[in-house]
Design a protein around this ligand. Structure first.
Ligand SMILES: Cc1cc2nc3c(=O)[nH]c(=O)nc-3n(C[C@H](O)[C@H](O)[C@H](O)COP(=O)(O)OP(=O)(O)OC[C@H]3O[C@@H](n4cnc5c(N)ncnc54)[C@H](O)[C@@H]3O)c2cc1C
Length: 271
């Protein structure tokens, strides 16, 4: 994560607490506001199903400030703890604290939870539709299937504002190039006219607006796909409508909303 100007102590984060049971063991800054972090529990890492999340938190004064995050690592690779993919929400209650934590800082992690898991026996094409960091559970799903030796055709549709925000690009485009995993990555940029996106020649517009086009281009019929939607709630509502129009039955559409529809961060502007 980008080094925040504020130290944990200046933000009131306790360096230690009896309830802390894990360590921030590594972090990689993709941008100033996007980071991959590794949370290593003190004991054995609790097994999880791909698609599940863990809740991480730090103590500030008398209270824990904590939030849930989808696990991005393979469910078969527990030795490094949980890999998570975080977006800094300016004015948010937790992420400014998380982004101030140095590697080695202690924190609390709760056991993995969640029902947004893969259908284990389903052999349809996996259509992974996400906005921003909502791609994280889909990285876990494919990594796990790869580790199980049971890869499934995966289409990643990921909507972001800027080219630099395209998550897990090296990994998924690497799979595409090498053929190591049968994935196709279709990122889309919602602000094509922004100078920061100059030179972008890929898809533009919000992710829901490219679903039908991408499915047609890739020759995938409604009966051939199972869709997983994750991230921004407004995107999920719109994407569900697009998929239903394309002909996917409700049973083939699974959803994980990262926050309730219509809710904004409590503080300053959202990033
Ligand atoms: C099951 C589940 C899994 C989640 N997994 C992830 C994850 O893998 N990565 C991740 O970054 N977040 C994830 N979230 C969201 C995360 O839990 C927090 O809501 C988020 O980090 C903001 O926390 P905050 O305290 O800083 O903001 P708060 O003070 O709680 O403000 C919340 C507001 O921030 C905005 N917001 C929340 N999440 C995001 C986001 N990711 N991108 C842009 N704006 C956002 C929304 O407007 C929301 O109403 C997940 C949420 C759920 C319910």
């Amino acid at each position: 994560m980008a080094e925040s100007a504020a130290t944990p102590a200046a933000l009131g984060i306790l360096a230690d607490d009896p309830a802390y049971n894990a360590t921030l063991s590594a972090r990689i800054d993709d941008t100033d506001t996007l980071a991959r972090v590794w949370i290593k529990p003190d004991g054995a890492t609790t097994p999880f199903e791909p698609g599940q999340y863990v809740t991480i938190g730090v103590k500030v004064g008398e209270k824990f400030v904590q939030r849930p995050y989808s696990i991005a690592s393979s469910a078969r690779a527990l030795n490094d703890g949980y890999e998570l993919y975080l977006r800094l929400v300016r004015g948010g209650a937790f992420t400014p604290l998380a982004f101030a934590l140095p590697v080695g800082h202690r924190l609390r992690v709760l056991a993995p939870k969640g029902k947004f898991t893969m259908e284990p026996a389903d052999t349809r094409v996996q259509l992974y539709v996400s906005s921003g960091t909502g791609i994280a559970p889909f990285v876990s799903m494919a990594r796990t299937l790869a580790d199980d030796g049971a890869p499934r055709r995966a289409i990643y549709l990921n909507g972001v504002s800027y080219v630099s925000d395209i998550g897990y690009r090296d990994l998924i485009e690497g799979w595409e190039r090498s053929g190591a995993y049968p994935a196709t990555y279709v990122p889309t940029i919602s602000r094509p006219n922004d100078p920061l996106n100059a030179g972008w020649t890929g898809r533009t517009g919000r992710v829901e607006s490219i679903i039908k086009l991408a499915l047609r281009d890739l020759n995938i019929s409604a009966t051939e796909a199972i869709a997983y939607l994750c991230g921004n709630p407004e995107m999920i509502v719109a994407a569900e409508r697009e998929l239903a129009e394309y002909g996917l039955p409700a049973e083939a559409i699974h959803k994980e909303l990262y926050w309730p529809a219509g809710k904004q961060p409590t503080g300053a502007a959202e990033v």
